[in-house]
Design a protein around this ligand. Structure first.
Ligand code: ZN
Length: 271
């Protein structure tokens, strides 16, 4: 890959190249960087739009679903004519139109303990835009095991949360939430509803974190803090979180042979 920006790239990205913390050097780093977005839905839509617009080198999108009418209220990658199409195909078409320079890989599969390791390992940063606890814990455990930085997020009704994890350095999702809640205890957005614009706010933060990570702003990431956003009152609150030495994903006892991630390696799953 060329280490020089073309005249066209300088023009396309001029408004962010002007930012002193980013500059031409940051733009080249973005071109060399890759991000995997899990879910081409409410969170994945704005996140992928901003990442592709910003000129990352390679985007991966995982989603096994097809576009449904009830998705369109928030999943802004997809439009009415896309009903019934694979979400990854619909996503790729829109993103290509926005910025044909970005390499886009699609995975029309549900992320599971058999494919997660292989898919995640090809990327520098992971954005979890999934809508269920099983996938959130899976992304955490596999990313931590691979040492891949990632952004967690969850949204429901008027409330969203997000945090960034640098494995081995900052608290992971499992340090904060030890295990998935019993089925049915916490409503997901399919059961409880979610505001589309809230997804945009949280996903924009996730894309911002990915961009900051790729350009080397590790010190400024949303690590060891869980950001909670209440869209009803427009209040942001951060809760400090700490690494748990007993965490089964990233703690002292997380030897690959005994940890949850170890079990994942054996293909048994841990959830
Ligand atoms: Zn942990």
């Amino acid at each position: 890959m060329t280490l020089r920006l073309t005249q066209e790239q300088i023009e396309r990205y001029s408004r962010q190249i002007m930012i002193p913390d980013l500059g031409g050097k940051g733009q080249i780093r973005l071109r060399q960087g890759s991000v995997l977005v899990v879910g081409a839905g409410g969170l994945g839509s704005p996140a992928t739009f901003y990442l592709v617009a910003a000129g990352i080198g390679h985007l991966g999108i995982v989603d096994s679903d097809r576009v449904e009418l009830s998705n369109l209220q928030r999943q802004i990658l997809h439009a009415t004519p896309d009903l019934g199409r694979e979400k990854v195909e619909s996503a790729k078409e829109k993103l290509r139109r926005l910025n044909p320079e970005v390499e886009i890989s699609t995975y029309a599969v549900r992320l599971d303990d058999k494919n997660a390791r292989q898919i995640l390992s090809g990327y520098d940063f992971i954005i979890d835009g999934s809508d269920n606890f099983e996938t959130k814990f899976l992304v955490n455990d596999v990313a931590v095991n691979l040492g891949k930085a990632f952004s967690h997020a969850g949204i429901v009704r008027f409330q969203g949360q997000t945090m960034t994890v640098l494995p081995g350095q900052s608290a992971c999702y499992r340090c904060v939430f030890r295990e998935p809640p019993p089925p049915g205890e916490i409503l997901n957005c399919q059961q409880a509803g979610v505001l589309g614009a809230l997804a945009g706010t949280i996903a924009s933060i996730q894309a911002t974190e990915a961009i900051k990570f790729l350009i080397g702003m590790d010190e400024e990431l949303l690590t060891d803090r869980l950001l909670i956003y209440d869209a009803k009152t427009i209040k942001f609150r951060t809760v400090e979180v700490r690494r748990n030495p007993q965490c089964v994903a990233c703690g002292e006892a997380s030897d690959p042979g005994v940890s949850s991630t170890g079990k994942l390696n054996e293909g048994k799953g841990n959830l």
